[in-house]
Design a protein around this ligand. Structure first.
Ligand code: CA
Length: 236
């Protein structure tokens, strides 16, 4: 039902305390993630990836060497993820072919913004990060435009973020807590009524209130039913 091609991310990170939330966070945002805990094998795995997130301090090979080896066989965007943040190293990394650099600790939203930026620059590789298409709905992440059957829908920036979050993974149930954390702020202490108000507004503006379903005791999910799957109401 979702026409969006999943973007494949290779995460090369040996620290499970960093890798686990990174992998689950990226998967929640609709990315397909392959995780390696060492540098060996990363250059080969990188050939099937759209973006590589590369830790520098790996148990077997130094991350800088992994980066060089990846570059020998592919132009896949590489974002170095490291605790080492000095300017010299940054320049060196960019010279050896890394595309960007994030310093630990960093937030998931920052990381995703970087992934989108490098993937966008990589351009012609067919990276479909910029558009989410579900049935008649198109959410353009680059221009922040939303259309239903080609008609523009005007959303506020927060409504847009919320819709993009839900529509990126059609059918998935999102908890209220995870939505508030991802769309609002990692430390949201406000009333979760805000979420209901935004959902109600998006439903009204899309003209398809049934697309955002309340999941009792959990939160919400985005579902656009395929007309071919719908039962004939007169048959019941
Ligand atoms: Ca490490």
């Amino acid at each position: 039902m979702c026409d969006r091609v999943r973007v494949r991310i290779l995460v090369v990170e040996d620290d499970p305390a960093i890798a686990a939330p990174m992998v689950s966070g990226l998967e929640r945002h609709g990315f397909e993630v392959v995780h390696l805990a060492q540098g060996e094998g990363a250059p080969d795995a990188a050939r099937a990836a759209d973006v590589v997130l590369l830790d520098l301090g790996l148990p077997d090979l130094d991350g800088t060497e992994v980066c060089r080896r990846i570059r020998r066989q592919s132009q896949v965007p590489v974002i170095v993820v490291s605790a080492r943040g000095d300017e010299m190293e940054r320049v060196m990394l960019l010279e050896m072919g890394a595309d960007d650099y994030v310093v630990k600790p960093f937030g998931l939203r920052e990381l995703i913004a970087r992934i989108r930026a490098v993937a966008r620059r990589a351009g012609a590789e067919g990276v479909a990060l910029e558009r989410i298409e579900v049935g008649p709905l198109v959410v353009d992440l680059r221009t922040h435009a939303v259309t239903v059957d080609g008609d523009t829908v005007e959303l506020t920036p927060k409504e847009f973020d919320l819709l993009a979050h839900l529509a990126a993974d059609p059918g998935a149930a999102h908890t209220r807590r995870s939505i508030l954390e991802e769309v609002w702020d990692a430390n949201w202490y406000g009333s979760s009524k805000t979420l209901d108000v935004h959902v109600a507004s998006i439903r009204r503006k899309l003209g398809h209130p049934e697309w955002i379903q309340a999941v009792r005791g959990v939160g919400f999910r985005f579902v656009v039913d395929d007309p071919a799957d719908q039962r004939d109401p007169t048959a019941t």
